[in-house]
Each structure stands twice: as C-alpha cells, then as structure tokens.
Design a protein. Sequence first.
Length: 394
Amino acid sequence: MSARVRRGSAVKKGLKFFVYGAEGTWKSSFCLDFLKMKNEDGKPLRVAYIDTEGGSVDNYLEDLENEGVNLDNLFIVYTSSYHETMEWVDKFIQKEELYLQDENGDETDEIVLDGDGNPFVADVIVIDSATVIQDTQKYSKLKTSEIRAKLRAKAKEASATEQFVAEATAGMEFKDYDKLNQEGKHFLQNLITKTDQYVCVTSREKIKKKMEKNDKGEMVSIDIGIMPDCFKGAEYEFYTVLRTFEDEDGEIRAKVMRKDRTKVFAQNEIIDNPTPLYWQSVIDGNKGKEKSVTLRDYDDTVNKDFSKENKAYKDVITEAKKEVSEAKVEANIELDKKENSLYDKLIKLRNSMNPNQKKEMTQAFRENGLPVRPTETTDEETLQKMYDIALAIN
C-alpha cells in the first residue's frame, strides 16, 4: 500500500511561491531576499539558486554582501537546460554533497560549505526563470519536429528540395505541445510534492489573447489579460501566486493572484515592496510542528498507477498485434483480388494503349452494345467481353 495516512493535527506550512511579471519588477530580488530570512532554528536560510537567464542575480550580490548577508549561504547554478535543471533540483532534494568546479567547469574534490562551514544543504530552491526552460524545451521539440518532417518526406521518396522544404517549414504538432506541458507539470509537481524545502519559481509574463469575430465577421486576435509565459497551468501547482508589476508612480508592487494558502495575504490583495520577508512569521510558526506533506515522488506515483491500470498490458499488446497481423493478411488478400480482377486488368490494358487504339476500342464497345467505360460495379460477364475486345485491339 502506497497511500499514507496521519491524524488530524496542526502541521508545518510550506512556502511554495510562483512569481511572474514583466522585466524589472523585482522577481530576482524577491528570490534573493530569502537569504535575509531565518530558519526555524534561527540560522540564515541557505538558498540553492538555479539561474536560467545567464547571470540575472550577479549584479545583486555585492549589495547583499554590503547588507550583511553571508554569500556562503548561496549556491548558484547557471543553466538553461530543462534536463540539467531537473538533475540539480534532484541533487538539492536528495541533499547530496555538492562540489565546487574549476575554471573549465569540471567538478573538483572540494565540498561546498555553507556560512557555518558545514556541507551546503538547501533550505530554499529557486528557479529563475521557468520561462527560459520552457523556451529551451520548445526549441528542442521544434528540432525534433524538423527531423520528423524530413524523415516523412524521405519515406515518400521526395526530392532533396522537397525534403529541405518539409524540414524548413516544420512546426510543433499538438502532441509536442501536450508533451511539453506534461513535462513542465511533472517538473513543477516534483518541487511541490517531493520535498518540504521552500520553493520559489519565477516566470516572465505575456499578453493573453483569444480569437473573436469583429464587426465585419473577420476572425481577429484580441487581448484579454496577462498570463505567465510558462508551462500551461504552471501557477496552479503552487501555494502562493504573485504577479509583480510597476504602478503608475513607478513603484514595484505585487498582487496575490488566486491564492495564498499560508493566509498571510488575502486573494487579490496588493503588496507594497514585495519580499518573502513578509512570510517569516510562517517559518517561525512552524517550529515544533509535524512536516506539512507526506513526501512522494511524482514519477513513482505515475509509474504505480500505470502498472495498476495495465495489469493485462502484455495480453492487450499481444491481442493487438494479432489483430493487426490478421488485418494485414486480409488486406493483402483483398489487394491480390483487386489486382487480378477483370476490372483492374482491363484498366491496365486501356492505360497501355495509344490514342488510336483507345478510339478503336471505344467504337468496338459501342458496336457490341457495351459500356464505353467500365466501372467497379460492371458485372463480370460484361467485363469479360470488354476485356476480350481490348486484348484483340492491343
């Protein structure tokens, strides 16, 4: 049995943030402010920061140090790869020992230590931003689609030019988009369900559009709002969703979108100078309480359900293969019948004739009271007479 149970009691509240907004609305500084917060034991939070935007946090570090933040409690990974991000997240969740790299990016034997001189173990996992990971995955799937289009064209014995055009004009298919979003959901759900570490994921924003008929009856695209530029439905996975923005006075603020399960702020409430420091009370209130989640691996859950849903999987596949094989045999029999039918032989014979022979054959059909052209519904006796005439002329 994989399901877990417990008694009803007060438990630790998790901090799982999804923060989206336009460029320059303090998303990165929001994430870095975790370094100013304290854990339940009063020690500074240690932040594992995955920077997918290539140095988005570097300009903040000197200011943080001047504010008294010990940067040994910050571990930064630079990557825009979905798979590398997954690997690093898993390392942080599993609390693996981390090693410094040399100038060539090769791992050394030197263990990464935190501000207290202990092996670095992340209290907070930050991904800034998920938009870049999504874009990387899109490009990867587009390349796959191009290869797929070229192979399809090649299978149809298309010319080199046709193969080039097929590859150049290929786009992502519906199944690619579906897989992209499923991968994104898998990635985000592991951050929620696989660990009780605090999490903050950022995303850029984009205009939400829909197609609608205008006064002329033409379909046009219209703007209907703002949405995260991220994996579809990404924001639904998190406990607290914030949209950062610049108001009319140039001040950075945040709006609580849909929910804040910690109940620090109400839905739709506007926050001045957004920072996770407002949620320090949540961490303080967690002291002495049980863990907030029964941790589970999303992959394990999916695999278990798949196994249970497909107990007779091998039998189903065997039966399906048998049906396909029988269908192929029947199709070949029908094809042989068709190719050897009088109708098919008559058509082939007619196609092999020159114009004069075809004219002579048509005239002969008329003189003998036969149809000018045969059809698949023409009876066998008539087809035989037509075939004999055509064969004599050819």
